[in-house]
Ligand binder design. Structure first.
Ligand code: ATP
Length: 439
C-alpha cells in the first residue's frame, strides 16, 4: 500500500471515529515536552504512515465483531488453543484525544525522547491526539504519578518505554481506591525499551509483519492513531513474604529470568542484549530446584471476581486436589507468559491473545543439553519451538500456578523486573484493564 493511500486511510478512519470533549487547559506535569513545530510537518507524517502495515480502522472494527476470526492466528503454525472465546467490548478513542505520555528517557538505548519527537509526535498531530509528555526522572516516578492523577483529564495513558514502565503504571493504578474505574482508562504501549514484549505482541495480534526498532514504533503509533481499544487480562502474583503485584506480560524463574536480569548491563545494545545474555547463561547453564503446580485451564468453567484471588489458597497450604503437581523438581526454566512475545524477536506463545483467559505456562526440565536449549531459542524467533518436540520442553495453558523454589538463591522476574526468589503463586483475572490494540 502506497504512502499517500495509507495516509488518506488514516485520515478517513479518524473522521469516522467518535468525537469527545474539547481539550481543557490543564496543569503542566513536572517536565513537559516542548512542542516541536519543526517535527510536525505533513511530509514526515506521510513517510511514517507508509512504513506501517496495519489494517484500516473500518476493517478492524468489523473484525472485532467476528470472534471466530479474532481467534485466527496471524502468522506461523498453531501450537496452543486459546482457552475462552472473547465476548470482547471494543472501544475507540475520542477525537480530539487527550493523551498523557509517560516516557522513560533511560529505557532501552536511551533514545525514547528523540524517537518520540521524531516518529510519534508528527503522527499524533495528524490524528488529532494531543500528547502531554511526563518524562520520568527516577524509578517509581510513573507509578507515583498515576496513583494521584486526575484521570478524567485523559482519554488514554501512553507509556513510551519498555515493559518495566508499564508494569509500574499498572501497579500504580491498582493502588488507587478507585482502581476499577481507573483501569477503564485505555493504556497504550509505544516501544522505547530493549525488550518491548507487549509492543511486539500487539503488532503481532494486529496481523502486521514482524518488525523491530523504529518500524515497530511506527506500527504501534499507527495503532494508537486508529485508537481501537480492547480488554486485556492481568495476572495477580502473590509472594510468601506478602507482596502482591499485577502483571500483564509474564513471570519467570531460571534461565530466562537470569538472561533478563544479567543482561541489564548491556541495555545500551537494545534487543541484542538478550542474544548476548542468552549465550552467557548457556555457557554456565544452571539447574533450579523447586516444586511447580498449576490449575489447568480446562479445569475451570468461570473466572474469579477480580481482584480477589478466588482460585488460590494461601501459600502455606497445599494446593487444592484438582491442581496438577509437576512430578519433576529440577528445572532449567519456568516461564508463565500471557502475551505472545517474550521480546521483540521471541514469539514464545503464538496463540496467546490479549484476553484469552490463559496463562501459557512453559517449563524446561533439567537434563536438556545446551544445544537443544539453543535450538529452542532460535526456533522461538519464528514461534516454531514447540514443533521441535523437545521432551524437556513443556507448555500448558493454565488459570493459576504456584512455584515453590528450594532455597532463595537466584532471581525471579515479573514483566521483566527483578523480584527476590521466594514461593510465589498467581492467577489470571480476565479482561481487567483496557489496552490500545490493532484488532
Ligand atoms: N528516569 C529514569 N531513570 C532511571 N530509571 C528509570 C527512570 N524512569 C524509569 N526508570 C526505571 O527503569 C526501569 C526499566 O525501564 P523499562 O522497562 O521501561 O525499560 P527497559 O528495561 O529498557 O525495557 P524492557 O523492559 O523492554 O527491556 C523501570 O523499572 C523504571 O522504574
Amino acid at each position: 500500500m502506497g504512502t499517500e493511500r495509507r495516509s488518506a486511510e488514516l485520515r478517513s478512519s479518524l473522521r469516522a471515529a467518535p468525537r469527545g470533549r474539547p481539550v481543557p487547559s490543564r496543569p503542566v506535569p513536572s517536565r513537559l515536552l516542548p512542542a516541536d513545530k519543526e517535527l510536525c510537518r505533513a511530509g514526515d507524517i506521510g513517510a511514517s504512515l507508509g512504513a506501517s502495515a496495519g489494517p484500516s480502522l473500518q476493517d478492524t472494527v468489523l473484525r472485532s465483531q467476528d470472534h471466530s476470526r479474532l481467534l485466527t492466528k496471524p502468522t506461523g503454525p498453531a501450537v496452543l488453543t486459546p482457552c475462552s472465546p472473547p465476548g470482547a467490548s471494543y472501544g475507540v478513542l475520542p477525537r480530539p484525544c487527550r493523551a498523557l505520555v509517560l516516557l522513560n528517557p533511560q529505557s532501552g538505548a536511551g533514545r525514547a525522547l528523540e524517537d518520540f519527537q521524531a516518529v510519534v509526535q508528527p503522527m499524533l498531530a495528524d490524528a488529532d491526539i494531543t500528547p502531554t509528555v511526563f518524562v520520568t526522572e527516577r524509578p517509581h516516578h510513573a507509578q507515583e504519578k498515576v496513583q494521584d492523577e486526575d484521570l478524567s483529564q485523559w482519554d488514554v495513558l501512553v507509556v513510551m518505554s519498555g515493559d518495566g514502565l508499564l508494569h509500574e503504571v499498572l501497579n500504580g493504578l491498582m493502588e488507587r481506591p478507585d482502581w476499577e474505574q481507573a483501569l477503564q482508562t485505555p493504556l497504550c504501549i509505544l516501544p522505547g525499551g530493549s525488550g518491548n514484549a507487549l509492543a511486539a505482541s500487539i503488532n503481532y495480534y494486529a496481523g502486521n509483519d514482524h518488525v523491530a526498532k523504529k518500524k515497530l514504533l511506527t506500527n504501534c503509533t499507527f495503532i494508537l492513531c486508529k485508537g481501537l481499544h480492547a480488554p486485556m487480562d492481568l495476572v495477580s502474583l502473590s509472594t510468601a513474604s506478602g507482596k502482591r503485584f499485577f502483571s500483564f506480560l509474564g513471570f519467570g524463574w531460571g534461565f530466562i529470568a537470569d538472561v533478563d536480569i544479567d543482561s541489564e548491563k548491556y541495555r545500551r545494545l537494545g534487543n541484542a542484549r538478550f542474544t548476548l545474555g542468552t549465550l552467557q547463561c548457556l555457557v554456565r547453564l544452571r539447574i533450579y530446584q523447586g516444586r511447580l503446580s498449576y490449575l489447568p485451564a480446562a479445569a475451570l468453567t468461570g473466572d474469579g471476581e477480580p481482584p480477589a484471588d478466588t482460585l488460590l489458597v494461601p501459600l502455606g497450604q497445599p494446593v487444592p486436589p484438582h491442581w496438577v503437581v509437576v512430578p519433576e523438581e529440577e528445572f532449567v526454566c519456568v516461564y508463565a507468559i500471557y502475551q505472545s512475545h517474550l521480546g521483540t524477536n521471541l514469539l514464545m506463545a503464538p496463540a496467546a491473545r490479549l484476553h484469552d483467559g490463559c496463562i501459557h505456562l512453559f517449563y524446561v526440565r533439567a537434563g536438556i543439553s545446551r544445544v537443544a536449549l539453543l535450538k529452542i531459542f532460535l526456533a522461538m524467533g519464528r514461534g516454531t519451538h514447540l514443533e521441535l518436540n523437545c521432551p524437556h520442553l513443556h507448555c500448558v495453558p493454565v488459570r493459576a500456578f504456584r512455584l515453590e523454589p528450594r532455597g532463595s538463591a537466584g532471581v525471579m522476574t515479573v514483566d521483566g523486573e527483578a523480584l527476590a526468589c521466594e514461593p510465589v503463586q498467581g492467577q489470571i483475572h480476565g479482561r481487567m484493564c483496557r489496552v490500545v490494540t490493532g484488532s
